[in-house]
Ligand binder design. Structure first.
Ligand code: SAM
Length: 249
């Protein structure tokens, strides 16, 4: 998979050299290219922002440097993308986007080419997204209901969430199967050695060797944890019936 990231802070993306994503880059599983938006400006100050029309606080990113940067990426990718017939996906991190969930990461893991546009200031001139739809499948996505200073942290999170689903990036693919959000539930609690630690014991059942009972216990734990911490992930009927029935242990 190829991933291009456009930012005014290329150094922010150095974390992509580390750990499993860094290894996947070195092994050629992920072709990640970082671009400095300011390379697509033409003035002495390498300006990427200007004051907002209509007034208000803050600055807005100018569309032209973005268009030039995205055109250059689209042109460099044209041959490869033509082969698959698919347009690259342009991911635009923004708190006003749709929620980036595990299901979105799973969907994007099947793409050949992602481009991430890291906004700063009050965001990017809105006209860019309409323009970009000719070259890309544009998706405005939010990491969550809070506001960051820029899109770089969101890009790192999204690239890691998508990248680890690309075959070969995580050594043991089974470890991706039972994770939180893979089946709509949170993961069960996990424990390691020693079996007794500071007067706290690992649940007896995990030492039993009875795989059927362990699987059933883990599923119960997933449900109980999801009901208590994230009832919004469950269908309303299931949460109501639990409230009547009392907590699952
Ligand atoms: N004025 C914007 C608003 O209220 O929607 C917030 C702009 S924010 C200060 C600057 C940049 O940070 C955004 O353009 C986006 O790239 C990034 N950002 C901030 N919060 C984010 C979030 N929850 N998810 C994804 N990106 C976010």
């Amino acid at each position: 998979m190829r991933i291009d990231v456009v930012t005014i802070f290329p150094e922010y993306l150095q974390a992509l050299d580390v750990s499993l994503i860094g290894k996947a880059r070195r092994e050629g599983l992920l072709d990640i290219r970082i671009h400095d938006l300011r390379d697509h400006t033409s003035d002495r100050h390498r300006t990427v922002d200007d004051t907002p029309y209509g007034g208000g606080a803050g600055m807005v990113m100018k569309p032209e440097p973005w268009a030039l940067a995205l055109e250059a990426i689209a042109a460099s990718a044209a041959d490869a993308d033509d082969a698959s017939g698919a347009r690259p996906v342009l991911l635009v991190p923004t708190p006003s986007g749709t929620l980036f969930r595990q299901s979105v990461a799973q969907e994007l893991a099947g793409a050949d080419h992602l481009v991430v546009a890291c906004g700063r200031y009050e965001g990017i001139d809105e006209r860019l997204f309409e323009w970009a739809a000719d070259l890309f499948e544009v998706r405005l996505v939010s990491l969550g209901d809070y506001v960051l200073n820029g899109g770089e942290v969101a890009a790192l999170a999204m690239i890691e969430a998508v990248g680890r689903l690309v075959p070969g990036v995580v050594g043991n693919p089974e470890s991706l199967v039972e994770e939180s959000h893979s089946d709509g539930l949170l993961e069960y609690p996990v424990y390691t050695k020693p079996s007794s630690w500071r007067d706290r014991d690992v649940p007896e059942i995990l030492l039993s060797g009875d795989h059927g009972r362990i699987a059933a216990w883990r599923h119960d734990q997933q449900l109980a944890r999801t009901r208590s911490r994230r009832p919004d992930l469950l269908p309303p009927e299931s949460v109501e019936s639990t409230e009547t029935a009392g907590p699952t242990t």
